[in-house]
Design a protein around this ligand. Structure first.
Ligand SMILES: Nc1ncnc2c1ncn2[C@@H]1O[C@H](COP(=O)(O)OP(=O)(O)OP(=O)(O)O)[C@@H](O)[C@H]1O
Ligand SMILES: [Mg+2]
Length: 413
């Protein structure tokens, strides 16, 4: 189990107030080839020596001045706590009660003086074997504990990694879902747009005919005043329906124009000039946060202006009791953003999905056609950009146009 050397190298501490006892034992131990022997005749030093030398065996006398053997056993047990305390008691007292007490307080073995030296060596060897075995066990326990700690740590790391991957996957899935929804929406808009444009086209010609006829009637006859008024109304209404039809056509195929680098801030300022009076009337306060310097961006000027006008108009209408509007521009890596915000009514969650659908409106029939956002959306998409919205009901809305800084397309139709 242990080789001889290992046992002979074990550290032995002798505690006995009799110098001669120590001398005899030391001689015997040395003859037996033990190499690490220490001793003290002052039992008060026993505990500190034990702590310092960490012996594998203590040969302990019981009857000693100042601190007796029982107390030394207690001190060593305290130092060792739960571990094995290797104590062999050697004493002249041979009554069974003393032996029992020594064993009860924690001595491992007991030998009575006068000593049979070969028996002493046998007992020493036995206790040392147990002690060394115990040490080995402790080392193995430490090793296993260390391994368990390491494995626990590995598992924690793996768990963390797994959580990260799950979060990453969820994020990608959400992203994919969003892209799918956008695609679906774009397809829906395109289909609706085609339908709307063809209906508008069919409507436009007969409407033009009706209006022209009405104009001729108006010019050619001397009508009663009330009839003339009715014809007037009819002409106005025809004009309104025709302009609606025109908008519908634009929705699918906005006015053709050339893509050219435009200073967006200037274009926004043009539209703000148009809206200045409206804003004053509606008690709206506008704050601008223009990012400078700002690159020119390739857009079709009138289309871009139309989008800005639609968004400003919506913001205005969302604040019937007045409020705060803001225009903010940003330059990101490869895109620019124009954000138009208001602190108006906000948009209920259930309307968010339908916002960009043609004809979706919450406004009174004469006021809103529900085409502003869908037309704007189509224009920005065709420019390779995106139009998005963030809104909190009762707090306001933010519409963000994002456009690529470089466009390879030269023309849009
Ligand atoms: N800034 C905003 N705040 C709150 N709701 C908004 C805002 N912008 C748009 N909306 C909602 O989106 C709907 C659709 O807007 P859109 O501009 O397409 O049509 P509209 O303003 O109703 O009519 P129009 O064709 O005259 O523009 C609006 O009726 C309104 O309910
Ligand atoms: Mg609108």
């Amino acid at each position: 189990m242990f080789d001889k050397d290992e046992i002979l190298k074990a550290r032995i501490l002798m505690v006995d107030d009799e110098v001669t006892n120590i001398a005899v034992l030391e001689t015997v131990l040395k003859q037996a080839k033990y190499t690490s022997i220490s001793s003290t005749t002052d039992s008060r030093e026993a505990a500190s020596l034990y702590q310092k030398l960490k012996p594998d065996l203590v040969l302990l006398d019981l009857r000693m001045p100042h601190v007796d053997g029982f107390e030394v056993i207690e001190q060593i047990k305290e130092i060792e706590a739960d571990s094995y305390a290797p104590i062999l008691v050697l004493t002249a007292e041979s009554d069974p009660a003393t032996r029992l007490k020594a064993l009860q307080v924690g001595a491992r073995d007991f030998l009575s003086k006068p000593l049979d030296l070969s028996e002493v060596l046998c007992r020493i060897r036995n206790i040392l074997e147990v002690r060394l075995l115990n040490k080995r066990l402790e080392e193995q326990k430490d090793f296993v504990e260390q391994r368990v700690l390491e494995r626990t740590d590995d598992l924690k790391q793996a768990n963390l990694q797994l959580k990260k991957e799950i979060a990453e996957r969820e994020r990608s899935e959400k992203e994919l879902q969003k892209v799918n929804q956008q695609l679906l929406h774009a397809e829906k808009l395109s289909a609706l747009g085609q339908l709307a444009a063809s209906i508008a086209h069919e409507f436009n010609n007969p409407l033009m005919g009706i209006r022209n006829t009405l104009e001729q009637v108006q010019q050619g006859t001397n009508m009663e005043e009330s009839l003339a008024e009715l014809v007037d109304i009819s002409i106005n209404e025809s004009n309104r329906v025709m302009s609606l039809a025109l908008q519908l056509k634009d929705f699918y195929r906005p006015s053709s124009g050339t893509l050219q680098p435009l200073n967006l801030h200037d274009a926004i300022e043009d539209m703000l000039r148009l809206k200045k009076n409206d804003f004053n009337r509606s008690n709206l306060n506008l704050t601008k946060y223009y990012s400078e310097p700002f690159p020119n961006v390739n857009v079709v000027e009138d289309q871009f202006k139309q989008v800005i006008l639609n968004l400003l108009q919506n913001a205005n209408e969302a604040c019937p009791k007045g409020g705060e509007l803001s225009i903010r521009t940003r330059v990101l890596n490869s895109t620019v953003e124009v954000e138009i915000g208001d602190n108006g009514q906000g948009i209920p969650q259930e309307n968010m999905e339908k916002l960009f659908d043609p004809f979706f409106t919450t406004k009174a029939e004469v006021k809103g056609t529900g085409l502003g956002l869908s037309v704007s959306y189509g224009i920005i998409q065709r420019l390779g950009g995106n139009l998005s919205v963030q809104s909190t009901l009762g707090e306001g809305s933010k519409f963000t146009i994002s456009l690529p800084i470089q466009m390879d397309r030269q023309k849009t139709s």
